[in-house]
Each structure stands twice: as structure tokens, then as C-alpha cells.
Design a protein around this ligand. Structure first.
Ligand code: ATP
Ligand code: MG
Length: 328
């Protein structure tokens, strides 16, 4: 294949995906398939650093898989798999950990964030998470990793680990991944303040019914300065308007922009229109998703196949890695 390079990206199995995941990650994954060989991984092992119970892990993996497939990940072309199906990553993680200096690890923003979120569970895996992430990337010899700004420090760690490994064992086996800064727009939740997130329960799920979506949109916080229907509003500070810009036809976006400012349209009407456009946009996705949900065996097969393809790349890399270390 004459594509530009190999992309790797992983996401934790958070279950049904929301508009934030869709606009911030999945759409980008789908688009990258055009120009790159893509490997997309559901990182279930990573999830163990933060989950309290694993009882939903399988279901969450399934829900996320059908969301990704319905959104346009093409398993005939890209590799879609589950991290734990390729145990070689755990072996590589151990070798990499021994060429990794722990100096800066406790200062990484995501580590500090997790410590604040779960002070009662500051586990070793949480600290080593960037090493496991590095193992995932380099195991598949990915040259390109699409990340948002928050993940950039981890990519720097990954590059350092690769240099350190190659230097220590006088090899070129591991490839230094390049960051591909994706323009990830930060989607706000229905509160209009925080980033849309499942754990904050301020999200709109892609798989919701049209009625659920409409009800959720109705809850969205608009321009807080607009108290009454007759007050003019400011679309520039309104999350409903931001979503109109993504999901509504241009003329309607312009109409909302103009009419909101002169109180020609109220928030209730404005939200009804958004909900309707959002539902129209998601209709094909939802039909495909429902179809996939009715064939769980085939979905599992996609992951098993993806795992096999990923594993054959991984096994080859590991032979080279063991050789470089001079393990007997
Ligand atoms: P959690 O509640 O655990 O944070 P989540 O559903 O928000 O879960 P993440 O694991 O944080 O999901 O994110 C998965 C992917 O979706 C990441 O690539 C992330 O950048 C993207 N993403 C998540 N939320 C948003 C958002 N609000 N706006 C843009 N991108 C987002
Ligand atoms: Mg999040």
C-alpha cells in the first residue's frame, strides 16, 4: 500500500461514545484512513489503572466498537483491536521500563490529575502508564500518533524512551513516533462550561434515541445573560449555537445568529431546531449501529481478526527487540 505512514491511536473503553468523542476523536480516526495505514486500539489494560470494577469492561468494549464501526472505521482496511488481545505489549512494557528514567514521571499533568481524582488509588500502573502507551505505539512501529495537546508530553516521553532503548542496545529497531497535532475542538457539555465527558454526565450519546437526544438538548445551558424570551442573546457565548455551526445547514446557522441577537428566536425554538438537525445527522449512524448491535458475533469476529493482524506485527517486532537486547 502506498500510504503516507502508519498511524496508531488508542482510547480507553468508556462505553457508548458521546458527541465529544465523536467530534474530538472518532471523526479524525475515520478521516485518517484515507491517507494512512491505521491501527486503532481499545486500551482495556490501561483502563485497569482507573476502573473500580471490571464488570462493565466487556460491554463497554462492545459498545465502543460498534460506535466506531458505525461512524466509519473500516476494519477491512484499518486494524481495529483490543489491547489485551496482544499480550506482547506487556513484555515490551517491561523492557522499556528498564530504559526509562522515572525522574519527571510524577510531574506529568495527567498523572497529577489522576492522583487528584483518585487519591486512594495511586497505583504503580498509573505512574507507568506513559511507558505502556509507548509500548503500544512502538510495538506496531507506528510513525504517526494523532494527539490532542494534553497528550503531547506523553509523546515526548515516548520519543525519549525509544532513543534510550536504541542507544542502550545499539539498535535501530524501535521507531521514534512523530506527533500529529490534530485540531481537536473541545466540545463542551450540556452545562455549557466543562468539557463534555461521560464521567461528568454532561454528555449526549450518539446512540441515544431521537427523543432522548431532544430531551438532552432541551437541558443545554445557553447564554446565561439571556434571562427572558424577549432579551437579546449572544450566540458567541452559547454552546447551542456552537453545535448549530457543526450540525445545521448554513442558512439556518445564519438565521440563528441574526435572530438570537435581536430576540427574534427563543432558546426553546433554537434547541428544537438543533435537536432535529442533530437527529438527522445521526440517523445513518444509528441505523448502522443498530444493525451491528444485532450481530454481536460478527462484531467480536472483527476484533478477533484485528487482534490477529496486530499480533503478527507485534510478534515480529518482539523478535527484533529480544535480539537487540541479546536475550537468549
Ligand atoms: P471520561 O469521562 O473518562 O473522561 P470520556 O467519555 O470523556 O471519558 P475520554 O477517554 O476522555 O472519554 O476521551 C476519548 C477520546 O475522545 C479522546 O481522544 C479525547 O480527546 C476525545 N474527547 C473526549 N471528550 C472530548 C470533548 N469534550 N471534546 C473533544 N474531544 C473529546
Ligand atoms: Mg474525558
Amino acid at each position: 500500500m502506498s500510504k503516507k505512514g502508519r498511524v496508531f491511536s488508542g482510547a480507553r473503553p468508556t462505553g457508548r461514545q458521546h458527541l465529544g468523542n465523536y467530534l474530538g476523536a472518532i471523526q479524525n480516526y475515520v478521516a485518517l484512513q484515507q491517507d494512512y495505514d491505521c491501527i486503532y486500539c481499545i486500551v482495556d489494560v490501561d483502563a485497569l489503572t482507573t476502573v473500580e470494577t471490571t464488570q462493565d469492561l466487556r460491554q463497554n468494549t462492545f459498545e465502543m466498537t460498534i460506535d466506531w464501526l458505525a461512524a466509519g472505521i473500516r476494519p477491512e482496511e484499518s486494524i481495529l483491536f483490543v489491547q489485551s488481545h496482544v499480550p506482547e505489549v506487556l513484555e515490551l512494557h517491561t523492557y522499556l521500563s528498564m530504559v526509562t528514567q522515572i525522574g519527571k514521571f510524577t510531574d506529568l499533568p495527567t498523572f497529577k490529575e489522576k492522583v487528584a481524582q483518585q487519591p486512594e488509588n495511586v497505583n504503580y500502573g498509573l505512574l507507568g502508564y506513559p511507558v505502556l502507551m509507548t509500548a503500544d505505539i512502538v510495538l506496531y512501529k507506528a510513525d504517526i500518533v494523532p494527539v490532542g495537546v494534553d497528550q503531547a508530553p506523553h509523546l515526548e516521553v515516548a520519543r525519549e524512551i525509544v532513543r534510550s532503548f536504541n542507544y542502550r542496545y545499539n539498535t535501530k529497531v524501535l521507531i521514534e513516533p512523530q506527533v500529529k497535532h490534530t485540531e481537536i475542538l473541545k466540545v463542551l457539555g450540556i452545562d455549557g462550561k466543562a468539557k463534555m465527558s461521560k464521567s461528568l454526565n454532561n454528555h449526549i450519546e450518539l446512540a441515544s434515541t431521537p427523543e432522548e437526544t431532544t430531551a438532552r438538548v432541551r437541558e443545554m445551558v445557553t447564554d446565561p445573560a439571556r434571562m427572558k424570551r424577549t432579551d437579546p442573546g449572544n450566540p458567541d457565548v452559547c454552546n447551542v449555537y456552537s453545535m448549530h455551526k457543526i450540525f445545521s445547514p448554513a442558512e439556518e446557522v445564519e438565521m440563528v445568529n441574526v435572530e438570537c441577537r435581536r430576540a427574534g428566536i427563543g432558546c426553546v425554538d433554537c434547541k428544537k431546531r438543533l435537536a432535529s438537525n442533530l437527529n438527522t445527522h445521526l440517523e445513518p449512524f444509528r441505523a448502522k449501529r443498530a444493525e451491528l448491535a444485532s450481530r454481536p458475533g460478527d462484531v467480536q469476529e472483527v476484533l478477533v481478526e484485528g487482534g490477529k493482524r496486530a499480533r503478527s506485527i507485534a510478534q515480529k517486532t518482539m523478535e527484533e527487540v529480544r535480539q537487540a537486547i541479546q536475550l537468549p
